[in-house]
Design a protein around this ligand. Structure first.
Ligand code: GH3
Ligand code: MG
Ligand code: MG
Ligand code: MG
Length: 311
């Protein structure tokens, strides 16, 4: 059946607006004053934020894990709870160490404010708060947190996720697979005979080869895929919504394109190849088992002559 034109036009508009707004910051708001919370929600929503309001402090950790906010706005007085205790609780979780936390409170006592900030929150804003102050503060803290997170999570040479952060992404995606059951592929890549490249052309040229593969991966894979430099010349890629057959096809193309790149060496140009091992996260009892399987498949591909993909 042909797609109706108005539907198509609507879909195109949707895609366009998604492209223009790459990512709406997620704001978690905790205030026992529902009217005030609703006002903040409206103001921040109009400023393009994705806002979630919660009134039940006991659910905070669960909501953090589920919603994964970019910033938390905490009321201080929420009998029988205190926002200060909640801020301390957030900071005890390694996952939320760098999450910006702002108190919104009518508390005027400077000493109380300071001791509240000492629990690890970033800012204390005293009510009444102007809409503009709220928007600007949230925007600035989200921006800084995002830059910081990017810096901390990325590998210096390639800009891909570093070892610990690709492993963290793997943990998250494995949990999603368990919950939703969508096909998610895992790839482990290793450059072929890379010792030889370094020995012949030097480490600097070797680094350029590593960067070139990272760039190719970034160009060819989806923005929803997770790309990491696992170790020296080894990469890990997680591909949500991707079957083994699709992943195999994709990486065969990547292997081919990479083998066609020319690098400038000591005595003219040279070529490098890469080997890939694949596993489907859905098939394993843990992400570690899947990682081992991808590694084993990679080893098989090395045995089978490199420059290609094994499932
Ligand atoms: P194989 O095809 O079996 O993978 O052979 P290989 O020589 O690539 O394998 P091996 O794991 O023995 O060697 C990896 C080499 O990668 C060793 C090391 O010198 C090089 N290497 C690791 N990290 C870096 C890096 O950051 N920069 C450069 N230039 N080389 C690196
Ligand atoms: Mg209150
Ligand atoms: Mg290696
Ligand atoms: Mg290698």
């Amino acid at each position: 059946q042909p797609v109706k034109v108005p539907q198509l036009a609507k879909r195109i508009e949707q895609i366009k607006s998604q492209q223009q707004q790459p990512y709406a910051s997620k704001v978690l708001l905790l205030d026992d004053d529902q009217e005030l919370a609703e006002h903040y929600r409206l103001v921040l929503t109009q400023a393009g934020k994705n806002v979630k309001v919660m009134a039940e402090p006991t659910e905070l950790l669960a909501v953090l894990a589920e919603f994964r906010p970019d910033i938390v706005l905490l009321d201080v007085h929420m009998p029988p709870y205190s926002g200060v205790t909640l801020a301390r609780m957030i900071r005890l979780e390694p996952d939320w160490l760098s999450l910006p936390v702002i108190y919104l409170s009518s508390e005027q006592d400077r000493d109380l404010q300071i001791s509240a900030l000492a629990q690890g929150a970033d800012e204390f804003i005293t009510k009444p708060i102007s809409d503009e102050q709220l928007i600007l503060t949230v925007r600035a803290l989200c921006h800084r947190a995002r830059q910081l997170a990017k810096l901390v999570s990325s590998d210096g040479l390639t800009g891909l996720l570093n070892h610990s952060h690709i492993k963290r992404a793997l943990g998250h995606e494995y949990a999603r697979v368990q919950r939703y059951g969508h096909n998610t592929s895992l790839a482990m890549l290793d450059l072929d005979h890379f010792k030889g490249v370094n020995d012949t052309h030097g480490h600097g040229v070797g680094d350029l080869v590593i960067k070139a593969l990272a760039q190719l991966l970034q160009q060819r894979l989806r923005t929803t895929d997770h790309l990491g430099r696992y170790g020296g010349e080894e990469f890990v890629v997680i591909l949500p919504e991707c079957s083994l057959a699709q992943a195999k096809h994709m990486f065969e193309e990547i292997c081919y394109h990479f083998s066609q790149l020319s690098f400038m060496g000591n005595n003219g140009t040279f070529h490098v190849t890469v080997s890939v091992g694949l596993a489907l996260l859905n098939d394993f009892v843990s992400e570690e088992h899947a990682l081992n399987a991808a590694d084993a498949a990679l080893y098989q591909q090395k045995q089978a002559g490199r420059n290609g993909v094994t499932c």
